[in-house]
Design a protein around this ligand. Sequence first.
Ligand SMILES: [Fe+2]
Length: 388
Amino acid sequence: MVKDITRFSFPTSIIFGPGAIRELPGELLVMGVKKPLIVTDQNMEKTDAFKSLLNVFSTNRIDYKVFSEVQPNPHDIDVENGVAVYNSAACDFIIGIGGGSPMDTAKALAVLVGMGGNIADYDAQSDTKKDIKAPLPTIVLIPTTAGTGSEVGKCSVITSTSQKRKIFLCNPLMMPALAVLDPELTVSLPAHLTAATGMDALTHNIESLTAPVFHPMCDAIAIKGVELTVKYLEKAVKTPDDIEARGYMMLAAMMGAVAFQKDLGTAHSLSHALSAICGLQHGLANAIVLPYVMNFNKEVSKREYTLIAREFGIDIYGKDELECAESAIEEVRALSKRVGIPERLSSVGVERAQLQDVNEKAFLDPCHYTNARSCTKEDLMSLLEEAF
Ligand SMILES: [Fe+2]
C-alpha cells in the first residue's frame, strides 16, 4: 500500500550481450580484484565457455583459484569446502559461473567468508538466525543458463545435509556487484535443460506478479518477463544457436529474479520439496506443478492472469476475467508441452509413496506464505495428487 514505507533494491550492474564475457577483465581491474575464487561445477569446468573464461584471465594476467566441487542442488558441505579453499588460497573476491547451483553457492560462500559460522546459522526461517552484515566479499555472477536469475537475486538456496531440506539465506548484501549476461554462453545448453530452466523463469515471473506484496516496479518487470518467455522460449529450445532467442531468454530469467524480490508462491514450495525428496530438477518440477497451482489461484489472480493471457496473444477484449484466466492456464500448459515437459509427476519418476513426505516439506517451505491464495497442508496435498 502507498501508506507503508517500502524498500526497493536494484543494486546489481548488468552487462548484457553476445561476447559480454570479454568485458569482464576490465571490470575486475576497476574493482581492484587481486585473486578471485571462481566457483563452478565439474560439468561446467569441462566446457569451452569455462575454458574461454580462464583464457581471459590468463591473457590479462589475473591470478585466480578454481573451486569446482559444487553439486546439483548445492549442499551446505559444498559451501563449507569452498570457504576452506577461499581462505587457503588467500582469495579476495568471488566469481560464480554456471547455473543456479554454482551461483547460489557463490553467494552463500560470501556470507560464510564474511560472517563465519555455518549455513544453518543464517536460515531465514529460523527465529534465532544471525543477521547478515557488511562487509561480505564482492561477488560477480555469470549465468550459463536462462532460468534461476540468481545473478540478480538476494537469496541463496542451500540443502541442509542433516535436515534434508532447503535452507534460504536472504539479504540484499548477497546481491552481486556485477552480473555478466552473455547469451553465447548458453547455446550449448541441451534442449531439455533450456526448456526446464526457461519454465522456471516463467514461474518466477508469474508467481511474483501474483504475490500479494506492494511492488509496482516488480509487477511491470514480471509482465515483460512473461512476454519475452512466451515469444522466445520455444525458439531457444528448438533452434539452440539462435542468439536472439537465447539473449531474450537470459533477460526473461534475469527479470523473473528481479521481480521475485516481491516473493514467490506455492509452485516453488512444491518444487523445492520435489527436488529435496525426489531429486527433480528445479525448473522441471516448477513447470509440471505451475498449471495446477495457477488453477488453484485463478479466482484471486484472475486480473493478473488476464494480463498473462494477453501476452499469449489471447483477445481479452470484452471477456470475463475468469475466462481469460482459464485461457492463460491453458496457454501455459500448452507452452510447457511444446517444449517437451511432461504433464505429470508420475512421468518423471516421482512415486506415490513419496507424496506424503513432499507434502510435509512443502508445507514448511516459506514460498507459499506469499502465494496469491493461502494454502493449507491439505491444499498442498491436493495439488500434488492432481499433478501426480
Ligand atoms: Fe525457481
